[in-house]
Design a protein around this ligand. Structure first.
Ligand code: PLP
Length: 430
């Protein structure tokens, strides 16, 4: 039995059955450097999924490692009962970067908790438990975020204290409006939003929560300006807009620092997680002060923004900005797109290549239709791994391959990954 087989057998005896590692023969990643990782059996891979869009600046970035080591040697944890230099400096930076006026930020250890805090704030501020979310959304694994998640396989319970309605627009390929052009598509979704507000709510809805590009949903990308149009309708009723930037934040989409910027709006709140800590457990919600400060009583998160995570996140964000990784994301994303578009066009088992910057996906279908083909996606995933490339899977039907390397990826690494991806697709359809 190999090292991986042995670990897998041990995991199955003590971990939940629903924690499914990738591949029939899962691997354990032992170490990483930049965009490359090595498994416990000594094989190396290009990491083009970054632990689900989380390794943002690359593995073992010296500046980030040094900041974590220096902070770990001083103090790991103090809690927000005491002032913390790294937390306050990070808060100043995140508020400034958020684009939200008079911003306040609250840190949590995960994206689910960040969205949970945003939903709680919205319901308190608006005195309503009515929430809108997009079809095909994913907002986390906690009790409240499962309620605003529109994915059967990620929705283990329908129990909730929220009154949730899901509106059209997130997933164009499978939308009844898919054949319309951008403007007509947006108009049709807007009409759906109006219908939902008029027919399914009592009018005083608290908020719409939306991912500018749906992550788990398969990097589904609405037309530019889509959420701007939605927000005009929401504004008429004072309904808040929460932009879930857990996957789209920090320049990953290339053209913009935040996903919401493709829609010419400023959200009332935004949530972030994943990339900000480059692997450290740090996330949070940014809101205008009047919304953030509307929380009555005391609110506290033991690990939220602790000194270790804050110092690491601070070094990570400085590295991102100093090296203009947003510009790199745009250039490398365009490079990958240009390499893969002809491959996708030539294969009628792939419906489309979509996404932005370094957030790109292909959706596998039965040839000539939009009938999902999850087996083809599983095969591509495995064929990539066998050739030294780690990518991700997702989508409503598990038929989407997601590509999201660290934003520091080089042109050579994109070329290498494009070659492997092309071969893996060919092998999967042979
Ligand atoms: C858009 C989005 N929101 C929220 C979450 C939940 O974040 P976490 O897994 O850190 O709780 C995720 C996780 O994948 C996500 O993709």
């Amino acid at each position: 039995m190999g090292v991986h087989d042995d670990l897998h057998a041990r995991a199955r005896t003590v971990m939940p059955s629903w924690l499914n590692p990738y591949y029939t023969n899962p691997i354990a990643i032992d170490r990483g450097e930049g965009c490359r990782v090595w498994d416990l059996e000594g094989n190396s891979y290009l990491d083009f999924f970054g632990g689900v869009l989380t390794t943002m600046c690359g593995h073992a970035v010296p500046e980030v490692v040094e900041a974590i080591q220096a902070q770990a040697a001083k103090v790991l944890h103090t809690s927000t009962l005491y002032l913390s230099e790294p937390l306050i400096e990070l808060s100043e930076m995140v508020c400034e970067l958020s684009g939200i006026p008079d911003a306040r930020v609250f840190f949590t250890p995960s994206g689910s908790e960040a969205n949970d805090a945003a939903l709680m704030l919205a319901t308190i501020y608006r005195r309503s438990n009515q929430i809108l979310a997009m079809r095909n959304s994913y907002h986390g694994r906690s009790f409240s975020t499962v309620a605003v998640t529109s994915h059967k396989s990620w929705s283990p319970t329908s129990l909730t204290g929220l009154q949730v309605n899901f509106v059209q627009g997130g997933y164009r390929l499978r939308s009844p409006f898919r054949d319309l052009d951008d403007d007509a598509y947006t108009a049709a979704c807007l009409q759906d939003l109006t219908d939902v507000l008029d027919m399914m709510t009592s009018g005083d809805v608290a908020a719409l929560i939306a991912e500018p590009i749906q992550g788990v949903g398969g990097f589904t990308t609405p037309p530019d300006g889509f959420f701007g149009s939605m927000k005009k309708t929401l504004d008429n009723d004072g309904i808040l807009f929460i932009s879930d930037e857990v996957q789209t934040g920090w320049g990953r989409t290339g053209e913009h620092f935040w996903g919401y910027q493709a829609h010419d709006i400023i959200p009332d709140m935004l949530t972030f997680a994943k990339g900000v800590g480059n692997g450290l457990a740090i996330a949070g919600v940014v809101a205008r002060a009047e919304i953030m400060n509307s929380m009555p009583g005391v609110h506290f998160s033991t690990f939220g923004g602790n000194p270790l995570n804050s110092a690491g996140a601070l070094a990570n964000l400085k590295y991102l900005l100093d090296n203009d990784l947003q510009a790199n994301s745009l250039a490398r994303g365009e490079q990958f797109h240009a390499r893969m578009q002809p491959v996708v066009d030539a294969n009628d088992g792939i419906a489309e290549l979509r996404g932005r910057g370094l957030m790109l996906a292909i959706e596998t279908v039965q040839p000539g239709s939009i009938e999902p083909a999850p087996g083809a996606a599983t095969s591509i995933l495995q064929n990539c791994r066998d050739r030294g490339l780690l990518v991700g899977k997702g989508g409503l039907y598990g038929n989407v391959i997601r590509v999201a390397p660290p934003l520091s990826v080089s042109a050579e690494e994109i070329d290498e990954a494009s070659d492997i991806f092309t071969e893996a697709i060919a092998a999967s359809y042979a």
